[in-house]
Structures are given as structure tokens and as C-alpha cells.
Design a protein around this ligand. Sequence first.
Ligand code: URA
Length: 209
Amino acid sequence: MQGVTIVDHPLVQHKLTLMRDKETSTKTFRALMRETATLICYEVTRELTMDEVEIETPVAPTKAKVIAGKKLVFAPILRAGLGMAEGMLDLVPSARVAHIGLYRDPETLKAVEYYFKTPEDIADRLVIVVDPMLATGHTAVAAIDLLKKRGVRDLRFVCLLASVPGVETLRAAHPDVQIWTAAVDEALNDHGYIVPGLGDAGDRTFGTK
Ligand code: URA
């Protein structure tokens, strides 16, 4: 699929299978969400630009690589995105965090904004939007609309599980935004849930069901 990177590392796929299993406990699900997010973050940051700097080791002067270019912002969509963002911050602890509060209207399945707080200089940063489930795609599109209105131009989208319709909707609205995911499932049910999916990622992360 164009614009989509599937992170098919065996560890990611194994952990995703455990998360899909309805018998997996809240505690384990939450830990797995964090671990898979770290692994997916490793892939999404693979192409960050590098600079060379001169340093001195205890033995000799040398040239060595450092990450260059724009600073990172992780932008979790509340609330399920929080569990993923933690795993990404494990890998990039200096990243800033923008919180995006959107809920899905159960009738229309459209995204409604209720909270939006970002770093002031977000327009100068690379923003990675984080939401474990790319289901209908409406929430992801709305989140990216909000970020672009704040002047953000450099965006990526990270999820754990996407649906085919979700990918199509997001790519149609924002073809400049590349997607990283562990898997793409075929279908959505009448409630907008991914099938087979893993259920409600927020409820399973926070034990609210
Ligand atoms: N949100 C979820 O948590 N799960 C889905 O399957 C779809 C949206």
C-alpha cells in the first residue's frame, strides 16, 4: 500500500497477536502497547537526517554522527494514544508532547475536538501523530487538519493497527503524511471497529470495560 510502512518485525507481530487475544489482561495489554510503540518508533525514526560532529573520545579526536534537523513532537490522540506515546518517549525522551483530544460521535463516527495543547514552536518541528487504531480515519484526518492549521508541515502518523478504509481516507485527505503500522486489517464493522482488530484500544489499555 502506497504511503504505508508495515513494521513486520517478528517481535512486533508476536506482541500484536497477544494484544488481539481477548484473554490478555489489562496489565499485559498496557505493557505490550508500550513495547510495540517503542519498536514502531524505532522504524519511524529510521530516516531522520544525520549530521557529523567533531568530538574527542578518551583515546582520540574523531567525527561522529548525531541526529540533525527538526526536533520531534509526539502528538497522541486522547486517550488511547497516551499508551503508545509512553513507549515512544522511552526511545526519544527529549521529544515534546502535543495532546489532541478528539472523540468519535457514535452516530456520525465523525471526530469532535475537546482539547488541543501543543508546544508553541510546533510549526518548526517534525510531528508524529500517535493513535493505536486507524479505523475510519476521521479522527486522524481531523487531528492532522488541526496541526496543519497551527502551521505544521512535516507530519507522520503512527498506529498499531490500521484498516484498509482508514488508510484510504487518511491518504486521500493528507497524501503528504506517511503511515507506520504493525498491520492493516481489511474491514470495519457497523460501529466503526476494526475487524478482526483488537477491540477498543482505550478500554483495553486503561481497563475501563
Ligand atoms: N478504536 C478502537 O479502539 N478500536 C477500533 O477497532 C476502532 C476504533
